[in-house]
Ligand binder design. Structure first.
Ligand code: HPA
Ligand code: ZN
Length: 325
């Protein structure tokens, strides 16, 4: 069994995946065509040239623009099924996927259209591939807070269709505590709470997400490494970090994968898992992220620990979890 195959067959959960970030350029053009939308790119080659990012914002600009091609429930179902089809060959048994409803609502869609399509794709994925999944409603932190609140108000009756609440988009200048009210409400609905923090923002934002949002996982969180006390806390409170190596490199959070403090943090007891973030934008799906780590010297036993961490860090019930481990 070579390393590639071993990685692809390791049972794993994907816990940090923006479903809109799995929109491949080919599908974006196909949906634009299907929906009569004109994108400012001549063809696939021209579109492909846009995927050179210098920071988080330069990626978000393209990501939000291409989201405009998603219009119908069928589009969202097709998007989800394309993702699950890819990762079904990469050992993914369970996925907790973010979506950005505020952006779709700003594009004129009813949030129920979005959710119905995604949930249909998720149901099909369970039937076809045996992959279980859940939806995490992610607040887009650089849009007006009242748009986050109104999305929450419009889906709160669909309690069982949503697994959790998250927080994403431009980080610096939008500290977690700004969203304490929405997270408090989500918690009363029985939803899990996670938040992006410490990607471009400082360790202080990770602490803020723990203290004011009661986040159960931190998405990215790599800047936690600058605060020794915080690392101790993440370890002792068993707060997992959902890291995304290829994303960090493509968005120039680090200059090279070797700079990522993953081994360092694991040695200090932090529960690290590996994810793709926005696989259509960052050059690979989840197994490609594991392979990239293998490429810089992570051993199969280290990668196995990360895969086990991903299953233990998921919000599935104990019976399903034990079946996956
Ligand atoms: N960070 C913040 N917001 C995002 C990301 C990310 O990596 N991907 C999609 N929205
Ligand atoms: Zn992310």
């Amino acid at each position: 069994l070579n390393m590639q195959t071993a990685i692809e067959t390791l049972p794993k959960s994907e816990l940090h995946l923006h479903i809109e970030g799995s929109l491949e350029p080919e599908l974006a053009l196909e949906l634009a065509d299907r929906n009569g939308i004109t994108l400012p790119y001549r063809d696939l080659d021209d579109l492909r040239k846009q995927y050179r990012f210098t920071n988080l914002q330069s990626f978000l600009d393209l990501y939000y623009e291409l989201m405009g091609v998603l219009k119908t429930s069928d589009d969202f179902r097709d998007l989800a099924l394309a993702y699950f089809g890819k990762v079904s060959a990469q050992g993914v048994r369970h996925a907790e996927i973010f979506f950005d409803p505020q952006v779709h609502v700003a594009n004129g869609l009813d949030v129920n259209i979005v959710m119905d399509g995604l949930l249909e794709g998720m149901k099909d994925a369970k039937a076809r591939y045996g992959i279980t999944s859940g939806l995490i409603l992610s607040i887009v932190r650089d849009m007006p807070i009242d748009t986050a609140q109104s999305v929450l108000d419009s889906v709160r009756h669909r309690t069982d269709d949503i697994l959790g609440i998250g927080l994403d988009s431009a980080e610096v200048g939008y500290p977690p505590h700004l969203f304490a009210r929405q997270f408090q409400e989500a918690k009363t609905l029985g939803w899990h709470c996670v938040a992006h923090a410490g990607e471009e923002g400082p360790a202080a934002y990770v602490i803020d997400a723990l203290d004011t949002l009661h986040a159960e996982r931190i998405d990215h969180g790599i800047h936690s490494v600058t605060d020794a006390m915080l690392l101790k806390r993440l370890a002792s409170e068993r707060i997992p970090l959902t890291t995304c190596p290829l994303s960090n490199r493509r968005l120039q959070v680090v200059n090279s994968l070797e700079e990522l403090p993953l081994r360092n943090m694991m040695e200090q007891g932090v529960l690290i898992n590996v994810n793709s973030d926005d696989p259509a934008y960052f050059g690979g799906y989840i197994a490609d992220n594991y392979k990239a780590l293998a490429g810089i010297g992570f051993t199969l036993s280290e990668l196995t620990i990360m895969a086990e961490n991903s299953i233990n860090a998921s919000f599935i019930n104990a019976v399903r979890r034990d079946a996956l481990l």
